[in-house]
Design a protein around this ligand. Structure first.
Ligand code: AOF
Ligand code: ZN
Length: 359
C-alpha cells in the first residue's frame, strides 16, 4: 500500500530490534511530506512503551541526512539512542548518497551496509525501481501495459477493443496504475476510446498524474480523462501548441507544454526527462500501437506488463492489430532482448512481466 501513496518518495521500511531480536517497533514511509520509515518505527516503539536505546535499526534504504520536506532521519535515530543501523541499500539521492551513513558513524553509531549484489539489496532496489531510475538515470522507469488475446490481437476489425481481459485483470491493471507516478497515453487513444485512465478500482489515495502525448494538440477539452478525476494533475505534451487550443485546455486546469522533436512529433526522450524533473518515478504507459511502438523503437521502455486473455481473435486482417507498431524486423536476432520476470494467472487471464535486458 505504501507504494501507492508515498511516491515520489521511495517506499522504505524500518524495523527496530532489541539485542535478543525482539521487535520493538516498525514503520514505513508515509505520503510525501509526512514521516519517513524510521520516524514511524520510533513512534511505533514509543506507542508500545518500548525503550529503543541500544537497539538496532534495520532500514531498507539509507536513512536521510538532509532537510527535505521532513528533517533528517539520521538525527532522529541518533537522538533516540540507536546503537547500530543495518542499511539494505544506499540512497541514490545525491542529497544523501552515503552521507546518511557518514552522519550516523560520526555520531558513534555502528553502521553495516549490505553488499550491493546481495539478494536483499536487489529486492530493496526492485521495491523502488522508479525512484532509483529517476535519481541515477534522470529518467523515469517506464512500464508499458497492454492487453491482448492469446494470438496477440488488441482490437477487432470493427474497432471493438474493450474488455478483452476479464474483471480481475482489469482491477490488477488499476493497482499497477495506482503505484505509478504518471499514466502516459496518446491522443489517439483519447480520441478513439475516451477512457478515464484513472485508478478508481484500486481506491488509491493518490491519483497518478495523467500525461497525454498530443503532437498537434487535438485533445478535446471535454475528454473523459480530463473530467473524470477532478483535481488530478493532467499534462498534455504537444510538438506545436496552437494558442486557442492551448487556452481551451488550460481553462480546464490542464498544463500544456511543447517538446518538439526532429520529426514534428513530441520528443519522447525529452518528455521522459521532463517527467523525471517533475519528480515522476514510474511511468505506466497505456497507449495504442503507435505510441507503444515509438517508445519501444526509441528504447525508452524498461518493462512490459502484458495481460493475455484465453481467446483467439482473428488473423490480423483489416484494422485488427498487434500490440505494438514496433516496425518490421529482418532478423529475429535483432529483436528487443527481453527476459520474463513473472507469469501469473489473474482470474482467467495471464499476466506476464517481461523486462528489457540490462534494465
Ligand atoms: C529515509 N526514510 O522512509 C524515505 C527516505 O522531502 P523528504 O524530507 O520527505 O525527503 C525525501 C527524500 O528522503 C527522498 O528523495 C529520499 O532520498 C529519502 N527517502 N529516506 O530516511 C524513508 N522514504
Ligand atoms: Zn528520512
Amino acid at each position: 500500500m505504501a507504494r501507492q501513496y508515498c511516491p515520489p518518495n521511495p517506499a522504505v521500511a524500518c524495523v527496530l530490534a532489541a539485542a535478543d531480536g525482539t521487535v520493538l517497533g516498525a514503520g514505513h514511509t508515509q505520503a510525501t511530506g509526512q514521516a519517513h520509515a524510521e520516524v514511524m518505527a520510533l513512534r511505533d516503539a514509543a506507542a508500545r512503551g518500548h525503550d529503543v536505546r541500544g537497539a538496532t535499526a534495520h532500514v531498507t534504504l539509507e536513512p536521510c541526512s538532509h532537510y527535505g520536506r521532513t528533517p533528517p532521519c539520521c538525527d532522529a535515530l541518533v537522538a533516540a539512542g540507536i546503537k547500530r543501523v543495518v542499511v539494505t541499500i544506499l540512497d541514490p539521492n545525491p542529497l544523501v548518497a552515503g552521507q546518511g551513513v557518514a552522519r550516523l558513524r560520526a555520531a558513534g553509531i555502528e553502521v553495516d551496509v549490505l553488499p550491493p549484489g546481495s539478494a536483499a539489496a536487489q529486492a530493496a532496489r526492485e521495491l523502488n525501481l522508479g525512484f532509483f531510475s529517476r535519481m541515477l538515470r534522470r529518467t523515469p522507469w517506464v512500464r508499458l501495459k497492454a492487453a491482448a488475446s492469446l494470438d496477440g490481437i488488441t482490437a477487432l476489425d470493427n474497432g471493438a477493443s474493450q474488455w478483452i481481459t476479464a474483471a480481475p485483470a482489469r482491477a490488477d491493471g488499476h493497482a499497477w496504475r495506482a503505484r505509478a507516478c504518471a499514466i502516459l497515453t496518446g491522443v489517439g487513444t483519447i480520441l478513439a476510446d475516451d477512457p478515464a485512465l484513472d485508478a478508481r478500482l484500486a481506491g488509491t489515495p493518490r491519483a497518478p498524474r495523467l500525461v497525454i502525448v498530443d503532437s498537434e494538440l487535438r485533445t478535446p477539452p471535454h475528454a473523459a480523462a480530463l473530467v473524470v478525476a477532478p483535481g488530478r494533475p493532467v499534462l498534455v505534451v504537444a510538438a506545436r501548441a496552437e494558442p486557442a487550443r492551448r487556452r481551451a485546455l488550460e481553462d480546464r486546469g490542464v498544463t500544456v507544454i511543447e517538446l518538439p522533436g526532429d520529426d514534428g512529433r513530441v520528443d519522447l526522450a525529452a518528455l521522459l526527462r521532463e517527467l523525471a524533473a517533475r519528480e515522476i518515478n514510474e511511468v505506466h504507459v497505456e497507449a495504442g500501437a503507435t505510441l507503444n511502438g515509438a517508445l519501444l523503437r526509441a528504447a525508452l521502455v524498461d518493462e512490459l506488463l502484458l495481460y493475455t486473455a484465453p481467446k483467439l481473435l482473428g488473423d490480423g486482417a483489416g484494422i485488427a492489430c498487434g500490440i505494438f507498431a514496433a516496425g518490421p524486423l529482418r532478423d529475429v536476432a535483432a529483436a528487443l532482448p527481453l527476459q520474463f520476470n513473472s507469469a501469473t494467472l489473474v482470474g482467467n487471464d495471464l499476466r506476464v512481466l517481461a523486462r528489457v535486458a540490462g534494465r
